[in-house]
Design a protein around this ligand. Structure first.
Ligand code: PA5
Length: 446
């Protein structure tokens, strides 16, 4: 069986091999801290053993998913940040994008990831007269965005099917004891799953947070976990030459120390768009603190070569690229022959479309490296549950190593509170009277 692989040879024009290798001691030390629980944020490393620890819950999660799939035409997953992006990423990566236009059921939709009045109105309109269920996900159980969506949709569901039936169609995933969502779920008797104390939101995709929505979409979570478990064994090994997480963490930190402060996660497969969104949160929230950290950004190629390509080729040289490449597509389409050949493309006739895409990938890599953009290349043999499981765990473990090399706590996110404090003060939340007064004075002065 093949595994995910990584190639960093296209960074060596920018940072030499000994400079990358010189980070080995720090990488080793970081792996030790992760495995022995001796690093910063060590009360949040339960995700490391999750691929093994979650095994006993898979039957139960699959059974709940089967029930929701049978009863519902639409399943609404409510959550934000780590309580949303992992499931969204895996579902999009595995789905046929055009299935949303047919009647395949159930449809998985998302809510609670914004505060848009129009989004909520249009979602409620869409759900009118539909058989829908709700998976409400919030570790704290108090986050404003999902709490708002859950208030609205719980009420709508109860109005449409009655309180008794609604109870069977609502599942909550939250803390085992604390928070409003836990209290409500206990009061109402909803089916629940626990987000363990030692697993932070952005590291929770391999817990029920990600697994239940993914199973509801009809995908094989056992294979996803198998892939993650196999990758866990590889990433926790001290054989650094064969440890892709160690290689990735060392390469990106070596580039960072040379002034490459922006990492672009690149794909040539549009289904990976939300994997990049998940990755952005994982790395952005884990590393961006104490005025440090690589800025994680993402582009979809070849689409964005026609928008961002100019900047990447010739703009400020603070970028490096990490490309996720899928070796073999699921389907086969040949470039068609055309009698008139007006577009001059008959030289491609008979080639697989993927061959053209792969040459675009290679050509782009060579052009960008020539233009001063180092390239890290990650290859997945195919885009399926197993290799997505490998990819998710690989990125998580590399993030832990990378955060420790940077000497930050990769598992907290104190900066996320700043906007909430201001928002609550502006909205006169009880208990925020002093902050409300201060923020109003500040606005008046401006
Ligand atoms: O990574 C994190 O911890 C955050 O992104 C959270 O997942 C996000 O803020 C949502 O929090 P909660 O699950 O408590 O609603």
């Amino acid at each position: 069986m093949k595994n995910l692989t990584i190639d960093i040879t296209k960074i060596y024009n920018f940072v030499n091999q000994p400079a990358v290798a010189s980070l080995n001691a720090e990488v080793n030390n970081s792996i030790d801290k992760l495995l022995n629980g001796t690093g910063k944020g060590n009360d949040f490393i339960g995700w490391i053993t999750l691929p093994h620890d979650i095994a006993f819950q898979l039957d139960d999660i699959n059974a709940t998913a089967r029930m929701l799939r049978k009863e519902c035409d639409v399943i609404v997953c409510i959550g934000i940040g780590g309580s949303y992006l992992g499931a969204k990423a895996v579902i999009e990566a595995l789905s046929n994008p055009f299935a949303c236009y047919d009647n395949s059921k159930p449809k998985i939709v998302f809510a609670g990831q914004n505060i848009s009045e129009d989004y909520l109105f249009e979602l409620q309109e869409y759900l009118k007269d539909k058989k829908f269920g709700i998976i409400s996900i919030s570790k704290s159980g108090t986050t404003t965005e999902p709490a708002l969506a859950f208030r609205l949709l719980k009420t709508q569901l109860e109005q449409q099917v009655g309180k008794q039936v609604a109870r069977q169609l609502i599942v909550c995933i939250t803390d085992k004891a604390k928070g409003a969502l836990r209290t409500l779920a206990t009061e109402e008797g909803y089916k629940t799953y626990v987000i363990e104390d030692n697993i932070g939101g952005r590291f929770s995709v391999l817990s029920p947070v990600g697994l239940l929505p993914i199973a509801c979409a009809g995908f094989d979570i056992n294979r996803l976990i198998k892939g993650a478990d196999d990758m866990q064994k590889i990433c926790t090994s001290k054989d650094l030459d064969n440890n892709p997480a160690a290689t990735y963490a060392a390469a990106r930190n070596a580039l960072y120390s040379k002034g490459k402060k922006v990492e672009l996660l690149v794909n040539f497969e549009p289904k990976l768009h939300y994997i990049a969104e998940w990755w952005k949160q994982l790395y952005g929230e884990s590393e961006g603190k104490e005025n440090k950290g690589i800025f994680p950004a993402a582009v979809d190629f070849t689409t964005d070569l026609h928008s961002m390509g100019q900047y990447i080729q010739e703009g400020e040289r603070h970028l490096f690229e990490t490309v996720i490449s899928v070796q073999t597509p699921k389907h086969h389409v040949d470039f068609p022959y055309n009698e008139s050949n007006l577009d001059g493309l008959n030289f491609l006739a008979g080639k697989r479309v993927d061959e053209v895409n792969k040459m675009a990938e290679l050509g782009t890599m060579l052009a960008h490296v020539d233009g001063g953009v180092p390239n890290i290349h990650i290859t997945l043999p195919v885009l399926d549950e197993y290799y997505l499981g490998q990819l998710l765990f690989f990125f998580e473990f590399a993030c832990g190593i990378s955060g420790y090399i940077l000497d930050v706590n990769p598992f907290n996110q104190p900066g996320v509170e700043a906007y909430k404090k201001n928002m609550f003060a502006l909205l006169n939340k009880p208990g925020y009277e002093k902050e409300s007064e201060a923020i109003r004075q500040r606005i008046a002065q401006n």
